[in-house]
Design a protein around this ligand. Structure first.
Ligand code: NDP
Length: 400
């Protein structure tokens, strides 16, 4: 069918690459391009000969638009799958515009010097993408990503209006380290050390970091502490799902993770303000990232399961309806299949499916869209077939 340019060669990219190679009829050719070319070459060496997909690699600085444009003009991809970091989103979108290439990412743009997640920067590209006749699919990971598709599916099939959504993200995995993050440490720590927030009656309500705690008993994982966080999909779902009165996001954390994080925060290691060190400016959080285990190395050590899903409450034909849809994913199974733990897997599989939706024309529509704006049915079907099957519960325990 076509050609994908994959930008980034980290944990999530590894899964995207494996899954594209498992679906060669859609991804006939891929180019893996990242800052460190040796990481791209490693994936190529691992997969070549085991797949029909033709793999090439390239070095690119995705913060450099002319470099990206030169690569796209040479490779002529049908789609660009951005699994580098959120800082690169706008640069990659600029290059896609110039070369008329469809675009998919898994996390919204964030300026490097302020930990602030919002869609405004990317939504500002809507008209330009429409005029160029190309599609940008934003947030096609798990959360954001599958969680948005779950909500769109609930809206389409089971509700006239959804009034309450709670997104529950549980990682019951254990990697055996006292402290490590399951995806890029810098992005992860920026996310969890920020203030929490949720949307109530059309307004953001802010909380202190980790202020709101609940306990939930997750299917196939068991009882876990979870904390309310700000999360980017709240912003788009509150606009795109009909009837929302309140939408919240909870993530589970173990006590050891929280104690370490507090300590690192207290000593200033999570700060993104540059400091002078031996005549050089360094960002403490970037230094911390350098000393923590690489998330891509957690695969072989991580045991247990993730359970991520959405609890929706609302009305259908005047009656109250409750609906919980979720996926359970086993870290060790993921490792066996693609050599990564479940956090990278649950992000990489939907990134590949999102690209597949656009490439096969099912979700091809000029403009910039959040994932819940498309028909959820083909994506839900693909999740079941391609590694992330989901379960439904029409009488779930609710979160108070
Ligand atoms: P990693 O840090 O493992 O990988 C990031 C990759 O991007 C690295 O290969 C890195 O290169 C490359 N990169 C960084 N800067 C540049 C640049 N300027 N030019 C070219 N390449 C660059 O991160 P993850 O794989 O864990 O995460 C990837 C993305 O997925 C992130 O945006 C993250 O926020 C998102 N994510 C989304 C989730 C969801 O559910 N929606 C969940 C988890 C993650 P190098 O190898 O040289 O460092």
């Amino acid at each position: 069918m076509g050609r994908a340019l994959i930008i980034g060669a980290g944990g999530v990219a590894g899964v995207v690459i494996h899954k594209c190679c498992q679906n060669s009829e859609v991804f006939e050719e891929i180019c893996i391009a990242s800052r460190t070319k040796s990481k791209c070459d490693k994936f190529k060496a691992e997969l070549e000969g085991k797949t029909k997909t033709k793999i090439t690699t390239a070095q690119v600085d995705a913060d450099n638009v002319p470099e990206l444009v030169a690569l796209m003009k040479e490779y002529k991809p049908d789609i660009c799958i951005n699994v580098a970091l959120p800082y690169q989103d706008l640069h990659i979108m600029d290059a896609c515009l110039e070369c008329k290439v469809d675009y998919v990412d898994t996390a919204n743009y964030e300026p490097e010097d302020t930990a602030k997640f919002e869609y405004s920067w990317q939504w500002a590209y809507r008209e330009r993408f429409e005029k160029a006749g190309i599609t940008a699919l934003l947030g096609s990971g798990f959360d954001p990503g599958v969680t948005g598709v779950f909500c769109a599916y609930a809206q389409k099939h089971y509700f006239d209006e959804i009034n309450y959504i709670d997104i529950l993200d549980c990682n019951g995995g254990d990697h055996g380290y006292p402290f490590a993050t399951n995806f890029n440490p810098e992005i992860n720590i920026r996310e969890v050390s920020a203030k929490g927030s949720y949307i109530q009656d059309g307004k953001w309500v802010e909380t202190e970091p980790m202020e709101i705690k609940r306990v939930y008993n997750f299917d196939e994982v068991g009882e876990k502490d979870m904390y309310l966080l700000h999360h980017e999909e709240l912003e788009s779902l509150a606009l795109n799902i009909k009837g929302i009165k309140r939408i919240r996001f909870f993530m589970t954390f173990g006590q050891s993770y929280l104690t370490h994080l507090k300590c690192l925060e207290n000593v200033g290691m999570t700060s993104i303000e540059p400091i002078d060190f031996e005549g050089k400016k360094i960002v403490p959080l970037q230094f911390l990232k350098a000393v923590l285990p690489d998330p891509a190395s957690l695969g072989p050590r991580t045991k247990g399961k993730t359970n991520i899903g959405c609890i929706c409450q609302g009305k259908k034909d005047g009656k109250d309806v409750k609906y919980y849809v979720y996926n359970v994913c086993d870290h060790q199974e993921c490792y066996k299949e693609v050599g990564s733990q479940a956090i990278s897997y649950t992000t990489g599989v939907p990134a590949m499916i999102g690209a597949m939706m656009v490439m096969t024309g099912k979700w091809k529509k000029p403009g910039v869209y959040n994932i819940e704006e498309f028909d959820p049915d083909p994506f839900m079907e693909a999740l079941n077939k391609l590694g992330l099957p989901w379960k439904e519960n029409f009488d779930p325990v609710l979160v108070d």
